[in-house]
Design a protein around this ligand. Structure first.
Ligand code: CMP
Length: 139
Protein backbone atom coordinates (compact mmCIF):
# COMPACT_ATOMS: atom_id res chain seq x y z
CA UNK A 1 0.00 0.00 0.00
CA UNK A 2 1.47 3.32 -1.08
CA UNK A 3 1.29 5.76 1.83
CA UNK A 4 2.42 9.25 2.71
CA UNK A 5 3.72 10.25 6.13
CA UNK A 6 4.42 13.67 7.65
CA UNK A 7 7.90 13.76 9.12
CA UNK A 8 9.25 16.63 11.22
CA UNK A 9 12.93 17.08 11.96
CA UNK A 10 12.39 18.78 15.32
CA UNK A 11 14.30 21.89 16.48
CA UNK A 12 16.87 19.75 18.32
CA UNK A 13 17.60 17.88 15.08
CA UNK A 14 18.00 21.09 13.08
CA UNK A 15 20.16 22.84 15.71
CA UNK A 16 22.38 19.76 16.03
CA UNK A 17 22.86 19.76 12.21
CA UNK A 18 21.26 16.32 11.92
CA UNK A 19 18.74 17.14 9.18
CA UNK A 20 20.87 15.53 6.47
CA UNK A 21 21.65 12.44 8.57
CA UNK A 22 17.97 11.90 9.42
CA UNK A 23 16.74 12.38 5.84
CA UNK A 24 19.59 10.21 4.53
CA UNK A 25 18.37 7.29 6.64
CA UNK A 26 14.82 7.72 5.36
CA UNK A 27 15.90 8.02 1.71
CA UNK A 28 18.44 5.19 1.91
CA UNK A 29 15.67 2.89 3.11
CA UNK A 30 13.87 3.66 -0.14
CA UNK A 31 11.31 6.29 0.74
CA UNK A 32 10.78 9.29 -1.50
CA UNK A 33 10.69 12.93 -0.40
CA UNK A 34 7.61 14.54 -1.92
CA UNK A 35 7.70 17.97 -0.25
CA UNK A 36 10.09 19.68 2.16
CA UNK A 37 10.13 23.00 3.99
CA UNK A 38 12.28 24.52 6.74
CA UNK A 39 10.26 26.88 8.92
CA UNK A 40 9.25 27.83 12.43
CA UNK A 41 5.88 26.71 13.77
CA UNK A 42 3.57 29.05 15.71
CA UNK A 43 1.40 28.06 18.69
CA UNK A 44 -1.71 27.76 16.55
CA UNK A 45 -0.18 25.24 14.17
CA UNK A 46 1.36 23.26 17.03
CA UNK A 47 -1.95 23.19 18.92
CA UNK A 48 -3.58 21.65 15.86
CA UNK A 49 -0.71 19.26 15.21
CA UNK A 50 -0.67 18.08 18.83
CA UNK A 51 -4.44 18.31 19.47
CA UNK A 52 -4.50 14.79 20.95
CA UNK A 53 -1.95 15.79 23.61
CA UNK A 54 -3.71 18.92 24.92
CA UNK A 55 -4.03 18.57 28.69
CA UNK A 56 -1.19 16.11 29.12
CA UNK A 57 1.62 17.09 31.52
CA UNK A 58 4.17 17.33 28.72
CA UNK A 59 1.96 19.43 26.41
CA UNK A 60 3.17 22.93 27.42
CA UNK A 61 6.89 22.04 27.35
CA UNK A 62 6.33 20.12 24.11
CA UNK A 63 4.82 23.14 22.34
CA UNK A 64 7.47 25.45 23.79
CA UNK A 65 10.21 23.14 22.53
CA UNK A 66 8.65 22.62 19.10
CA UNK A 67 8.30 26.38 18.64
CA UNK A 68 11.80 27.18 19.92
CA UNK A 69 13.55 27.16 16.55
CA UNK A 70 13.38 26.12 12.95
CA UNK A 71 12.20 22.67 12.06
CA UNK A 72 12.03 20.79 8.77
CA UNK A 73 8.65 19.47 7.64
CA UNK A 74 8.74 16.69 5.06
CA UNK A 75 6.17 14.61 3.23
CA UNK A 76 7.58 11.13 2.62
CA UNK A 77 6.05 8.48 0.37
CA UNK A 78 6.50 4.75 0.00
CA UNK A 79 4.92 1.36 0.49
CA UNK A 80 3.78 1.08 4.11
CA UNK A 81 5.68 4.31 4.74
CA UNK A 82 3.86 5.12 7.98
CA UNK A 83 4.91 1.96 9.82
CA UNK A 84 8.28 1.81 8.08
CA UNK A 85 9.35 5.30 9.03
CA UNK A 86 8.31 4.79 12.62
CA UNK A 87 10.49 1.67 12.67
CA UNK A 88 13.47 3.66 11.37
CA UNK A 89 12.86 6.39 13.97
CA UNK A 90 12.56 4.10 16.99
CA UNK A 91 10.70 4.40 20.28
CA UNK A 92 9.58 7.80 21.63
CA UNK A 93 11.80 7.46 24.70
CA UNK A 94 15.43 7.83 23.54
CA UNK A 95 16.62 5.52 26.31
CA UNK A 96 14.31 2.74 25.11
CA UNK A 97 14.86 3.31 21.37
CA UNK A 98 16.71 0.43 19.73
CA UNK A 99 20.30 0.89 18.58
CA UNK A 100 20.21 1.30 14.80
CA UNK A 101 17.17 3.56 14.96
CA UNK A 102 17.49 7.34 14.58
CA UNK A 103 16.57 7.99 18.20
CA UNK A 104 18.51 4.97 19.47
CA UNK A 105 21.66 6.16 17.74
CA UNK A 106 21.37 9.94 17.94
CA UNK A 107 19.02 11.07 20.75
CA UNK A 108 19.83 11.23 24.45
CA UNK A 109 17.42 11.39 27.38
CA UNK A 110 17.69 14.96 28.69
CA UNK A 111 15.88 14.24 31.95
CA UNK A 112 13.35 16.97 31.11
CA UNK A 113 9.58 16.72 30.96
CA UNK A 114 9.47 16.58 27.18
CA UNK A 115 11.34 14.12 25.00
CA UNK A 116 13.76 15.95 22.73
CA UNK A 117 13.76 13.04 20.36
CA UNK A 118 14.83 14.64 17.07
CA UNK A 119 11.99 13.59 14.83
CA UNK A 120 8.24 13.10 14.52
CA UNK A 121 6.39 10.84 12.09
CA UNK A 122 2.65 10.24 11.60
CA UNK A 123 1.29 7.24 13.50
CA UNK A 124 -1.65 6.27 11.24
CA UNK A 125 -3.04 6.99 7.76
CA UNK A 126 -5.67 9.26 9.34
CA UNK A 127 -3.05 11.30 11.25
CA UNK A 128 -0.89 11.48 8.13
CA UNK A 129 -3.73 12.96 6.06
CA UNK A 130 -4.57 15.44 8.80
CA UNK A 131 -0.94 16.43 9.46
CA UNK A 132 -0.01 16.80 5.78
CA UNK A 133 -3.01 19.10 5.39
CA UNK A 134 -1.81 21.23 8.31
CA UNK A 135 1.83 21.56 7.26
CA UNK A 136 1.34 21.62 3.49
CA UNK A 137 -2.12 23.12 3.01
CA UNK A 138 -1.77 23.39 -0.77
CA UNK A 139 -0.73 19.76 -1.45
P1 CMP B 1 5.95 13.08 18.70
O1 CMP B 1 6.03 11.91 17.80
O2 CMP B 1 6.28 14.41 18.11
O3 CMP B 1 4.50 13.16 19.35
C1 CMP B 1 4.25 13.70 20.62
C2 CMP B 1 5.51 14.08 21.31
O4 CMP B 1 5.34 14.31 22.69
C3 CMP B 1 6.48 12.93 21.22
O5 CMP B 1 6.96 12.86 19.93
C4 CMP B 1 7.44 13.32 22.32
O6 CMP B 1 8.34 14.33 21.93
C5 CMP B 1 6.48 13.87 23.35
N1 CMP B 1 6.03 12.85 24.28
C6 CMP B 1 5.19 11.83 24.04
N2 CMP B 1 4.97 11.10 25.13
C7 CMP B 1 5.70 11.67 26.09
C8 CMP B 1 5.90 11.40 27.45
N3 CMP B 1 5.29 10.38 28.08
N4 CMP B 1 6.72 12.19 28.14
C9 CMP B 1 7.33 13.23 27.54
N5 CMP B 1 7.18 13.55 26.24
C10 CMP B 1 6.38 12.78 25.54
Amino acid sequence: TLQRSLVLVKPDGVSRRLTGEILRRIETKGYRIVALQQRTADDDLLAQHYAEHVGKPFYAPLVEFMGSGELVAVVVEGHRAIEGIRTIIGATDPTAAAPGSIRGDLAADTGEKVQRNLVHASDSPESAEREIGLWFPTS
